[in-house]
Design a protein around this ligand. Sequence first.
Ligand SMILES: [Ca+2]
Ligand SMILES: [Ca+2]
Length: 177
Amino acid sequence: MDRMCLTAATKKGEQGFTLIEIMIASAILATGLMALAASVLYAQRLNIVASETHQAVQAARSLVENMRGQDFRNLYIRFNEDPLDDPNGMDTAPGNTFAIDGLAGLGGLDAGVITLDLDETALETDLNGDGDEIDTIENSDVESTYQLLPITVNITWRGQAGRRTIRISTRLSSETL
Ligand SMILES: [Ca+2]
Ligand SMILES: [Ca+2]
């Protein structure tokens, strides 16, 4: 009698899993797995973005350190965008762009771009120490007399998460070299 009851109960339990229930359970499982996969992918993407950004910041810092170790007086003409004024002849200086291994710039261009701004009026800063803040390259000789050199480094790259940019600004001073 007991055996018969057990068999009946087991059969009843087996009958409880209908096709619809299995489909619902599978759908719930699939949804959970998709959410898990999405969060794993998201975390991987965050890691990649963090790694790319770290690389860009390091590249900008090492460029500035590299510039700090060079002849201060020639920094402007060596790292501006004009190849004609390079101290050792046309187009012999690094110029205002630089490539970074592993970070592809947009449109095949170098990822790194250096901007050296010697416009005292725009910056409201006396860059050459002559007591005024109205000198520009156009109307005076700031280019050859600057004591402060404002540097902005922009790094723009096409990364795993699309276009990314970082910017680092600093000033090099003749007195600290
Ligand atoms: Ca130059
Ligand atoms: Ca000045």
